[in-house]
Every structure is written in C-alpha cells, then in structure tokens.
Design a protein around this ligand. Structure first.
Ligand SMILES: *[C@@H]1O[C@H](CO)[C@@H](O)[C@H](O)[C@H]1NC(C)=O
Ligand SMILES: *[C@@H]1O[C@H](CO)[C@@H](O)[C@H](O)[C@H]1NC(C)=O
Ligand SMILES: *[C@@H]1O[C@H](CO)[C@@H](O)[C@H](O)[C@H]1NC(C)=O
Ligand SMILES: [Ca+2]
Length: 353
C-alpha cells in the first residue's frame, strides 16, 4: 500500500480545463487561482487542481489566457452609456494573435439610413486595423494580430451611447502562441477550419440585421489536406419570401440581380462587395485568369449577372474572401442584410488542381 506523507507535493501542468459552469479555465491550485484573481469552478487534474475561471469587466487589464470580458453587471443586461475597456497583455512574448469569441454579443445596431455603427460600437485597437462593429454578433469571432514580442497591448472597447438598450456581452479572449498550427493565416480577421462550414458578415440576421458600413477585412478558410477548391452557396433563408442571405447592394425590398466586377455603373460593385477570387458558377468552364470575376454584390449570389442564385466555385489558393463596404447606403441601397454563405471544400479530383 502506498502512503502519501503529509509533505508530498502534488504537481500538475497548468492546462486548460472545463469548469462546472460550462466556462473554460486553467487548472491550478486554489492558492494560485486566488492570487491571480480568478475564481475556482470545479475540479481538474484528477481532483488535485481547481479549474480557475478568469472573468473581468470594464477598466481592467488581463494577461490570463482564456479571460472572459463581460458587460458590467453580467449576467444581467447593461443599459447604460459610456466606454468599457479591457487591456489585453500578452501572457508570454511568444504570443502572436488574440482570438476573440463572441459567446454573447448584443449591443445596439447601426443607424438605419447608412448602416453606420454610430450609437454602440465594439472597437479593437493596438493590433492590425479592425473595423468597428455593432449589433448582434453572437457566435462570431475575430483574430487580432498582436505583433511579435512584448508590443503595445491590444485594447477591446465597447462604446455605448444613445437610447435605452439591453446590452449583453461575453467575449472570450484566447492568446495564441506564434508556433502553433492553429494560428490564423496572416491578414485574416476571420479564420475557419474544416471541410464545410458557414460564414456570416457581422450583424447578419435575415429578419432585421443590417449589413454594416465601413467594413474591410479578410475571411479565410484553411485548406484542408487533399482539397483544391471551395464552393460557396447562399444560406437558406426561411423568413423572407425572396432570400436575403446575400444582399449587399441595391434595394432589397425588391428583387435585385447579382452584380459583378469592379467598374462604375449600375451592375458593378464599386462601393460594396464580396471578393471571391476568380469565382465561377458551378458547371461553367473556368475562365482564363485575365477574365476572372472577383467582386460580387447585388441581391443575388452568383458570379454572373443573374436573378438566379448559384453555387460559386473558386480554386484560387489559399482560400480567402474579402468583404468591403463604404459608408453610404440610402437611397440606392436599402434593407441589405450582408451575407451568409455555406462553404464546402472540393477534393483534388474532378480536374481541380
Ligand atoms: C469551452 O471549450 C469548448 C471546447 O473548446 C468550447 O466548445 C466551448 O464553447 C467553450 N465554452 C465557453 C463558454 O467558452
Ligand atoms: C491559451 O489556451 C489555448 C486553449 O484554450 C491554448 O491552445 C493556447 O496555447 C494557450 N496560449 C498560451 C499562450 O498558453
Ligand atoms: C410573403 O408574401 C406573402 C404573399 O405575397 C405576403 O402576404 C407576406 O407578407 C410576405 N412576407 C414577407 C416576410 O415579406
Ligand atoms: Ca454601402
């Protein structure tokens, strides 16, 4: 029989753990958790450690990996105005990116003429340029470039102003080491993995979400092994008679065809667009590079001037889209929801290389 003396010290690695509440934390001793400002929430390391959760709100700073940044009064809603800021300090010089997961994200949406976030805003500063967003973004994420070494900290700010609104947010802040394979590619505000998935613009909601103005960012899909192309299809829209799951320009209260290209003119995408590199409708012959269509806008998702939505294939690698909007909507662009696309990667057969 093994006897543990009173003086045996049990050690275990400070790994990630799932707390009893469903939040994720870091496994450590009770004493360490208290010293670092966390709160113990269930056991880990076979009962030798406690799952220490870090949750913080306005005016604080954190260097703890996996910190949850919540609104003042969380889990109750916050209906006040002001500015609520979290400073994120690298836990280690070898941290290159910060991943933000919007577990809860409901703040006032944009004004309804030009869809500009001028009441409430979520602002990220200190990293790569990130467009300000607002509205409802639960389930969405962002990757922030934190630079190399101990650079300026990244700051996350919720600005709330304007009329009464039941705001709620809970943003998980994960620090990603430079050396890991799950780091996002350079220049991707959003980074998706997996053979299939769904991409949505910020504040997308088929019922009442409005496409946000002043956006300009990359959306990347990791090329999985043995996949050579990617197909995008507008998501099903179960609430509108005519699908609004791809409505980027035009008056969406009436049917609007797909528009393509970058020139000026009514059927071009000079102002707001989704760039799908060399996108072609499935079943069409891939054009020569010089004839590629890149920008798609309008109110129908297709790589051709059409009223009929289509699945669009792109074989340009790596897989990435770019979304751009200017700061004008009315009177030409009305009721646009932005986009929701389902993607499926295509295997390196069927003439895809
Ligand atoms: C905890 O981690 C799991 C696994 O990564 C994830 O699916 C879940 O959403 C996380 N929960 C929270 C509240 O962050
Ligand atoms: C932060 O936690 C995640 C898992 O939640 C882990 O993958 C990552 O390596 C951790 N970052 C650091 C700097 O330890
Ligand atoms: C859909 O069309 C029907 C019949 O034209 C109309 O009554 C209904 O209000 C429409 N619904 C929406 C959400 O536009
Ligand atoms: Ca616009």
């Amino acid at each position: 029989m093994r006897v543990l003396s009173l003086f045996t010290v049990v050690t275990f690695p400070n790994g990630g753990c799932a707390g009893a509440s469903g939040d994720n934390g870091t496994c450590m001793t009770a004493r360490e958790c208290t010293a670092r400002g966390g709160s113990a929430n269930g056991y880990c390391a076979n009962g030798f450690g406690l799952c220490c959760i870090f949750m913080t709100s306005c005016g604080s700073s954190t260097s703890e990996n996996g910190t949850y940044f919540v609104n003042s009064g969380y889990p109750s809603v916050y209906d006040g105005t002001g500015s609520c800021e979290l400073t994120v300090i690298k836990s280690h010089p070898d941290v290159c990116q910060i991943r933000l997961d919007f577990n809860r994200f409901s703040i006032a949406g944009p004004e309804q003429m030009h869809n500009v976030c001028n009441q409430d805003q979520f602002i990220v500063s200190g990293g790569n340029p990130v467009p300000a967003i607002c509205g409802n973004n639960q389930g969405s994420h962002m990757y922030i470039d934190a630079g190399i070494g101990m650079t300026n900290p990244v700051k996350l700010t919720f600005v709330t102003s304007g009329p009464t609104f039941e705001r709620l947010w809970k943003v998980k802040v994960t620090q990603i080491p430079c050396s890991t394979i799950y780091k996002a590619d350079e220049g991707c505000l959003q980074y998706y993995t997996g053979v299939s998935g769904q991409l949505r613009s910020f504040n997308y909601d088929p019922v009442s979400g409005l496409q946000l103005s002043n956006q300009d960012y990359g959306i990347c899909v990791r090329m999985e092994r043995n996949f050579c192309g990617i197909q995008y299809t507008a998501c099903p829209d179960t609430v509108n008679n005519r699908s609004r799951s791809f409505t980027i320009s035009g008056n969406s209260n009436t049917p609007v065809n797909a528009m393509i290209g970058s020139g000026a003119g009514p059927n071009n995408c000079a102002n707001d667009w989704l760039l799908v590199p060399c996108g072609t409708n499935v079943g069409r012959i891939q054009p020569a590079q010089a004839l590629c269509t890149d920008r798609i806008c309008g109110g129908t998702f297709s790589a051709e001037l059409s009223m009929q939505a289509s699945t669009v294939l792109s074989t340009v690698k790596p897989f990435r889209l770019w979304f751009h909007t200017d700061n004008i909507e009315a009177p030409v662009d009305v009721g646009n929801r932005g986009f929701c696309l389902n993607y499926v990667q295509q295997p390196c057969t069927n003439n895809l290389v």
